[in-house]
Design a protein around this ligand. Structure first.
Ligand SMILES: [Zn+2]
Ligand SMILES: [Zn+2]
Length: 121
């Protein structure tokens, strides 16, 4: 029930890479060091740098990039789901395959009020 499996980190510098599709054939370009990393979201992550080992400027950049990516994803479809925060009955959603194909797809809901949640099918 955690989205942590969808995070992909640069194998060279540990930067958080955006645009993971869960497709392990995809190549993600690291914005920090320029390395081309495989989209390993479909597999388990074995190496991970501690966030505290990054200079603060890099960390700021990381969250900025992450924010952009989230905005981009909000172009997705609308579904009749009730937001438990504000009661709105239409929220946007998108799906993501987090792990292997035999584990269900995770559905992410995003409400206008900013509330976000997800469920596993
Ligand atoms: Zn890198
Ligand atoms: Zn809401």
């Amino acid at each position: 029930m955690s989205a942590i499996g969808s995070l992909v980190f640069c194998t060279d510098c540990g930067n958080l890479l955006d645009g993971s599709t869960g497709n392990e054939n995809a190549v993600l370009l690291c914005e920090v060091c320029g390395a081309q990393c495989k989209d390993t979201a479909a597999k388990s992550i074995t190496t991970r740098s501690k966030p505290s080992s990054f200079p603060s400027s890099l960390r700021a950049k990381r969250s900025e990039v992450q924010q952009l990516s989230e905005d981009n994803m909000q172009t997705d479809a609308v579904i009749n789901q009730t937001c438990e925060k504000c009661g709105r009955e239409e929220v946007r959603f998108y799906t993501m395959q987090l792990r292997s194909a035999d584990e269900g797809t995770t559905v992410f809901y995003t409400c206008e009020c900013g509330h976000k949640w997800n469920t596993n099918n």
